[in-house]
Structure formats: C-alpha cells, structure tokens
Design a protein around this ligand. Structure first.
Ligand code: ARG
Length: 407
C-alpha cells in the first residue's frame, strides 16, 4: 500500500517496515473506530470552511458515506490492518481515495497523523474509562449487597497478621466499598484530564488555516479544546500515565481483597467457602481445590505497574514535540485499560461465589480479641490506661494462646 509520505517509488526495507509497524498495527486495529470518528469530525470542520472551497456539501456527503462504509467493514471484521498498510490513518485515507477518487486526497488538509493519533487515543481512553467506571460501580454494588446479607456476622480483625480486635463482615466489606469509592474519584479526575481535544493541533505547531477547533471538539464529545498545540504532543504519555496511575489504584484495592480471600479460604481459616464455579484443581493432587482466580486477580496490579513504568520512561527524555518513541506507548495504555476492565468484572464473580462460614468465623472470635475492650472498661471504672493495659496484658501472656517463645 502506498504510504502517505511517499514521494517517489523508493521502497522501505521490508525488515525495517515490519519492525516499525508490526506491533503498532495490532494497536491501531483497536483504535480504528475512533480514528474514523475523528476523521468525520475533521471533514465536517473543513466543510465549515466551504467558502474557501476545501470540502463542499456534496463532497462531505460522499466522504461521510465512505467513512460509514469503513466502520461497517470494521465491525464485520473486514477492515484488518496488515504489514504494508503502515497504519490506520494511511489505510483509511487510501480506502477513500481508491473508492471515491480525488476527494480522498482532501481529507488530510490541516491535520497530521500526530494530532490524529492523539485524538483516537483520547477517544478510546474516554470510552474505556466509562466502561471501567460502570464496572467499578457494579462491583461496589455487589460489595454493598454482600455486606447487607452477611455484614452482621462477626469476624476477627488482624494486625501484623495476628489477631487484634473484633471486626465484622460489614466492616471488612465496607473497607472495599470505601476504597472503590476513592478509586472512582481518581478515575473521574483522569477522565477529565483526558477529556480535551487535541484535534486541529496538527503536527504540534498548529495549522495555518482557521479550523474551528471548538466545533470539532464538540462533535467528538470533548469538554474542551487542548489549546497549546505543542503541549498537545508533550502531553502524550503524560495523560496516559495519569490514567494508568488511577487504574493502579483500582487494582490495588482488588489486590488486597484477593489476598484476604486467599488467606481466609485456606483450610486453616475456612472463613469463606468458594463455589466450584471459581475454583480449579491440581493435575497431581486429587484433594486440591484452588482459589487461584484470586491469585490471578492479585497479580494484575504488578502487570499494570510495569506498564506505568514503561509509560513514564517512554515519554521522558524526549525533546518537545512528536517523537516516534511515543508510538510504543499505545500498548501499555490499551493493555492496562483492558486488564482493569476484565479484573473488575471477574472480581465481581469471585465475590458472588464466596459464602461466609459463620461457624468458623464465630469460633475465631476468641477472648483475646476483646483485650483492648477489657482495658477500656477498667479505665471507665477509674484506672489509668497504662495500669489497666498491664494488668490485662499479664492475663494473656500467662499461659494464654500466644506465639511468644519461652526464653
Ligand atoms: N503510528 C504513529 C504513532 O502512533 C502515528 C503518528 C505518526 N507520525 C509520524 N510523524 N510518523 O505515533
């Protein structure tokens, strides 16, 4: 396929071409829809300039038909990018030009692949973040339901992994509800940061025709125009890093929940039972029932943290403006958004397949958990806290169930 930048018949070395585009085409395949939406907004903006005759009304109609066709082909899985296509921008422009002739040659007026790719990524992220917010809200609701049903059941509370104070399923589940609500606040902040339109900023230095950037931003559903064209480019990787940071916060919440589930479903604890829908077995040990789903949920924060590091390092040490290193930032972003969405959906399934084992939970409510309460009862009777603390403490150190080694 002819490249947009090709000025003669000289061909790129095929090994170089594959190296430059192979991985990126896989990412562009996921972004195509958004690149088309951005192209539609761009040609409509050019049409607004029709007095100077860039794109007339009948031409606009034909172009919109062409873009619609590509969208339909894409949805049917018939618009697949292959090595040689260069990228989604090239394939789309070439399709329109081959099918509709010269009007295809007009669509790149006043834009660059640099602002195109930024716009497609922002639109993709907007959509993905909306789905993530929805799934996060669904998971929060599941925790609320879980708490409503089982919240009254007492549960031992731990510090340093040792029994500490009385707690309850309500307190435990509530901690994840609060954590998810905080994560939602962060997601909304990065959503806002991402919700600015880079379209019309060109290669990074604006374009010498008066494009109505407010208009294209509005058509695409952005709340504002990202004004400084150079910063549009410089924010590539930065906004993505903020998004990934918010995703890490979500995955941290899930990591803690998963760790708790893994401990509390061991045969030693048996605080919760997991149904056969979410457990797997061992190929050699016939007795095994593994809640390895929780392990795979727990691991995700580490994968996404790796993506965060990739994102921050890829976008650092570059001079202002577009640098092609940034092409490699698509993968860590897209992968992180996909991982987080799936993780939220699957965590909900895990939660819905857990049942508290009331007997075991109540049996774990041993007297030592109430030691601090005993101290405070004596304080209310007039003792100093420290004296009461020592007195109660003696009772538990003496022959009590303690992990302290006799000297
Ligand atoms: N694939 C490129 C990227 O993701 C698109 C922009 C290319 N721009 C350029 N000047 N070569 O960054």
């Amino acid at each position: 396929m002819k490249k947009l930048w090709q000025k003669n018949n000289k061909k790129l070395d095929p090994v170089v071409e594959a190296f430059e585009t192979k991985g990126d085409l896989l990412m562009d395949q996921k972004l195509i829809e958004y690149d088309i939406l951005a192209s539609i907004a761009h040609v409509k903006t050019l049409n607004k300039l029709f007095l100077i005759g860039i794109i007339s009304e009948p031409e606009l109609k034909k172009l919109l038909k062409g873009f619609e066709e590509i969208l339909n082909l894409y949805k049917k899985g018939e618009f697949d990018l292959k090595i040689g296509d260069e990228d989604m921008h090239t394939k789309i422009e070439n399709y329109i030009t081959e099918k509709y002739g010269d009007i295809g040659k007009k669509i790149h007026t006043g834009r660059s692949r640099n602002d195109q790719v930024l716009t497609a990524i922002r639109l993709y992220s907007k959509n993905a973040l909306e789905s993530i917010e929805l799934e996060l809200t669904n998971l929060t609701k599941s925790f609320k339901g879980f708490s409503k049903e089982y919240g009254y059941i007492q549960m031992a509370g731990y510090t340093h992994m040792q029994k500490a104070m009385p707690s309850s399923i309500g307190l435990w589940a509530g901690s994840f509800i609060d954590s998810l609500e905080n994560d939602l606040t962060l997601l909304k902040i990065v959503y806002k940061l991402n919700n600015q339109s880079p379209l019309g900023s060109g290669a990074g230095y604006g374009v010498p025709i008066k494009l109505d950037r407010e208009y294209s931003a509005k058509l695409l559903g952005f709340t504002r125009v990202q004004q400084n064209p150079l910063y549009c480019q410089n924010s590539r990787g930065k906004i993505e890093a903020s998004i990934i940071a918010a995703l890490i916060s979500v995955l941290q919440t899930i990591n803690k929940f998963a760790s708790d589930v893994l401990l509390f479903t061991t045969s030693e604890f048996s605080f919760f039972k997991a149904t056969g829908k979410i457990t797997t077995g061992s190929s050699i040990m016939p007795q095994k029932k593994n809640v390895d789903l929780a392990e795979l949920l727990r691991s995700k924060v580490h994968l996404v943290l790796g993506n965060y590091i990739q994102m921050v390092s890829l976008s650092s040490n570059l001079i202002s403006g577009y640098n092609r290193d940034l092409q490699d930032s698509k993968k860590p972003l897209i992968e992180s958004l996909e991982i987080t969405l799936e993780t939220l959906m699957v965590t909900k399934i895990l939660l819905e397949n857990l049942t508290p084992n009331k007997e075991k939970l109540e049996a774990a409510m041993t007297e030592d958990l109430f030691a601090t309460e005993e101290v405070l009862k004596q304080v209310l009777k007039g003792e100093t806290f420290r004296d009461a603390y020592k007195q109660v403490g003696k009772k538990y150190l003496k022959g009590g169930d303690t992990n302290e080694k006799d000297d």
